[in-house]
Design a protein around this ligand. Structure first.
Ligand code: CO
Ligand code: CO
Ligand code: CO
Length: 344
């Protein structure tokens, strides 16, 4: 079997388009007038919502990426957990999935490809989502992921635009997967870090979403922390909610050993995130490695939920009882000079 991460041409190419770049492209599309479209690409959420007359609304999203680990089954699992995440982040339940795969003509054998699909299928099954089909193309670089459709109560959709001043912010997974991925690609990732990162990235955000759902109206906004990193996704939530976000670094869940190797394992995506989000963020109280972690792009990251302060501890207790490394990491504050500030 080939080492999958060796087939990735360039870590920078694999990262998402910068938020600003993408916004400019989407801005040029003519407006949609379908009244059943409740949430679309004009907001900053990663999934769209379509009202389906007489039933629950549809929540739809798509995500795929190049290998970030060498084991094909694990790569498939991570790709599925990551693609499913945006459905959970909006309060939905995954129902169906379509695979999207790009596989090179040479350098990868049939069994490796089969293992990728089996890994993905394993997580779809855990999520209760049915694989309907997909589309595979030849491409010099391996890419894999899914388009996922879920159902959601149209009156219970979480977007990243509903955070209220005074809310507590809960993050449900540790940070540092991007740093770990870069270290894996450069063959210098410490084994305990890889083990913890893989465990985290293959964990569905299902139980985290279920815990939040239990608390109904106490959940005001939700997103998942992925390519734009903690500060980027917090910025989007702050912008959409006309508020600011104050994060306490000491409360952040972090993958073991990620901070120690952060500055030697910066990805292209981390640089893009800093360019995009640092101008409106205050991280002046932090050291270099801590700043890196705040801008580190995450794969299959946790949910970031803005919840009623009075319910935060109760929600956290339910998540921790479910075995999730969740933490209250900050608060929503009135709009100030910075959209996001991180203090020690
Ligand atoms: Co997302
Ligand atoms: Co996404
Ligand atoms: Co086709």
């Amino acid at each position: 079997m080939p080492n999958l991460t060796e087939l990735v041409a360039c870590a920078g190419c694999a990262s998402k388009l910068a938020a600003g770049e993408l916004a400019r492209v989407l801005h040029d599309l003519p407006p949609q007038t379908d009244p059943n479209v409740l949430v679309d690409f004009r907001g900053s959420d990663d999934a769209g919502i379509y009202r389906w007359p007489g039933g629950p609304a549809l929540v739809q999203t798509v995500d795929f990426f190049t290998p970030i680990v060498d084991d094909p089954f694990t790569y498939g699992q991570i790709a599925a957990a990551n693609a499913l995440s945006d459905v959970y982040a909006m309060g939905g339940v995954p129902v169906t999935a379509l695979a999207i795969a790009a596989m090179p003509e040479t350098g990868i054998d049939g069994d490796t490809i089969r293992q990728i699909f089996l890994g993905g299928f394993d997580k779809l099954r855990e999520a209760g989502a049915a694989l309907l089909g997909g589309h595979t193309v030849r491409d010099p670089e391996v890419k894999f992921g899914y388009a996922v459709t879920g159902r959601v109560d149209a009156d219970r959709v979480w977007t990243n635009a509903g955070a209220r001043v005074g809310d507590r912010l809960i993050l449900t997974k540790p940070l540092g997967t991007g740093i770990c991925g870069t270290a894996i690609k450069n063959k210098r990732a410490p084994e305990p870090l890889v083990t913890a990162a893989v465990r985290s990235m293959t964990t569905l955000n299902k139980r985290a979403a279920e815990a939040l759902t239990t608390f109904g109206d106490a959940v005001h906004a939700c997103t998942d922390v992925t390519g734009f990193g903690l500060v980027g996704h917090s910025t989007e939530m702050a912008l959409g909610s006309h508020a600011s976000i104050a994060i306490e670094f000491s409360r952040l869940p972090i993958l073991p050993g990620a901070l120690a190797i952060a500055s030697a394992n910066r990805s292209g995506g981390m640089g893009t995130n800093k360019q995009q989000f640092a101008p409106t963020a205050d991280t002046s109280a932090l050291g270099e490695a801590e700043v890196d972690l705040c801008f580190d792009p995450q794969t299959s990251g946790g949910l970031l939920a803005s919840v009623d302060a009075a319910k935060a501890d109760e929600i956290l207790a339910v998540m921790q009882a479910a075995g999730l490394p969740a933490a209250v990491i900050g608060t929503v504050t009135p709009r100030g000079g910075s959209f996001v500030s991180v203090r020690r």
